[in-house]
Design a protein around this ligand. Structure first.
Ligand code: SIN
Length: 479
């Protein structure tokens, strides 16, 4: 199988890149599970956009401030300055964001934004609506249920990937490969991510010496309901707080103001840490309360959250819901330039959550991620079309390392517990060393290749966390 371009992953970044590549190119989208099992599908809140040219400096400023001094300013500028263009492109192609009766676009606010500049669709199903739209408009073939297990690289050039498909290992060749495979959610015990998102591609990068950046920067969402079945926990969108939901303890006390004068609207690293600290100190249960909302408005504005919570027995907005922070988003990832190019390998690109352009710095501003997916996917698509990488010599053989071993399942659970306990919201030197030791022990024991890739990614997160001795953004070192 020889293609011009392979796209690994079918979330917002992969599909929007595909949409920007003409059909005279032979393109294949390779997708690990079902086409909709991706983080985009579960994104609730919305897509940020500068509302107009006058809003660009303020959007840039909010992004830089949330990023706590670690953003790549050039990337932030590109993000904000291109935001209106990609949004208008989606609208021109037929996508419908939520509007008022007179057709005016509705903008909402989320934490750490100084203006209402977040567009949404389906109320609280923005990711799902965009994803569905992009799938419907995707002009290229897709191979689903195919897990990438290796990269084919020859003389510093990408030549394709090895996949596991229907129980068999197969080689797929291409002149260029775009990695849009998402972050690392399944490495953590509690997370909001699609179950397929497990950092295997980042593990292959570690193995191949491809640079990852800012891997210590793992973002935790403050308002997650952990009580539902399944590994993916129920996100309670930041838009709820943006529009008036309160965080309180079991006695109704709004303790967030003891931590930050912005209360519920402080950046999410501050809110997550406050929840973690308050719970640890007081042992009190923490809740998200919706009592300020008008009932009809709540159900209309947040139809999915409201239906899910009612299914789980909560009579919202009357009932408050117990919450905890959970892992949400990998800020760090595969280091790229502003066109998505992975410097050390010709023909290799990374976009979306898999990539690190430096746009989010040490803390991602709410709803900048779908925007990042759109903006940098389009740039990468254009760069790929101008890339002259040719087909490589096809002298690769299929790998022989076992992919799974019987004990991997328990070790995978152990890894999730280690990452949650030692490498989450508050980190200590001792805890990080403990995590490293346990991960190394697993890496030195017999493990299948898929678990090994997860372990390599986890190890990189821990090592980056150990290297950064100061607290900044989402990376908080207690000692
Ligand atoms: C949310 O709806 O709270 C998630 C938004 C985001 O992760 O940016």
């Amino acid at each position: 199988m020889q293609y011009d371009i392979l796209i690994i992953g079918a979330g917002v970044a992969g599909l929007y890149a595909a949409l920007n590549i003409p059909t005279d190119k032979k393109v294949l989208i390779v997708n690990k599970t079902r086409p909709w099992e991706c983080n985009t599908y579960y994104a609730q809140g919305g897509v940020t956009t500068a509302r107009n040219d006058a809003d660009i400096p303020s959007h840039i400023q909010d992004t830089l401030e949330a990023g706590a001094g670690l953003c790549n300013e050039a990337a932030v500028k590109v993000l904000s300055e291109t935001s209106q263009e990609v949004i208008h492109d989606l609208i021109a192609r037929g996508f419908r964001f939520d509007t008022a009766e007179n057709g005016r676009l509705l903008y909402t606010k989320e934490a750490a934004h100084s203006a209402d500049r977040i567009l949404h669709a389906g109320g609280d199903a923005t990711g799902r609506y965009i994803h569905h739209f992009l799938l419907q408009h995707n002009p290229h073939p897709m191979l689903a249920n195919a897990t990438v297990i290796d990269f084919l690289i020859e003389d510093g050039q990408i030549c394709g990937v090895e996949v596991l498909y229907k129980g068999e290992r197969k080689l797929i060749f291409a002149n260029q490969v775009i990695l849009a495979s998402g972050g690392v959610g399944s490495l953590y015990r509690f997370h909001t991510n699609a179950y397929s998102i497990s950092g295997d591609i980042q593990g292959i990068c570690v193995e191949k010496g491809i640079a990852l950046e800012h891997m210590e920067m793992m973002q935790f969402h403050p308002t997650v309901y952990l009580g539902n079945q399944g590994v993916r926990k129920q996100l309670l969108s930041e838009a709820l707080r943006g529009e008036g939901a309160h965080i309180e303890d079991e006695d109704g006390y709004r303790f967030l103001f003891d931590y930050d004068s912005r209360g519920e609207l402080a950046p999410r690293d501050i809110v997550s840490r406050a929840l973690f600290d308050y719970r640890k100190r007081t042992k009190k249960q923490i809740y998200l309360s919706f009592r300020e909302f008008d009932t009809d408005y709540f159900h209309r504005r947040f139809p999915n959250i409201s239906a899910n919570l009612r299914d789980m027995g909560y009579d919202v907005p009357k009932d408050r819901v117990p919450i905890s922070p959970a892992f949400h988003y990998a800020i760090g990832g595969i280091k790229t330039d502003l066109d998505g190019h992975v410097g050390s390998v010709k023909g290799l690109y990374a976009i979306g959550e898999a990539a690190s352009t430096g746009v989010h710095g040490a803390n991602r501003l709410a709803s900048n991620s779908l925007l990042e997916g759109l903006v940098f996917a389009r740039r990468a698509a254009h760069a790929v079309l101008a890339d002259s990488s040719n087909a490589c010599h096809q002298s690769f053989t299929i790998g022989t390392e076992p992919l799974f071993l019987e004990e991997d399942k328990e070790k995978k659970e152990q890894l999730r517990r280690i990452m949650w306990q030692y490498v989450s919201i508050v980190r200590t030197t001792e805890g990080l060393h403990e995590a490293l030791e346990q991960i190394d022990a697993m890496l030195n024991s017999p493990v299948g290749r898929l678990l090994k890739l997860r372990l390599l990614t986890a190890r990189e997160i821990v090592q980056s966390a150990l290297k950064r001795t100061e607290s900044i953004g989402v990376h908080y070192r207690e000692a």
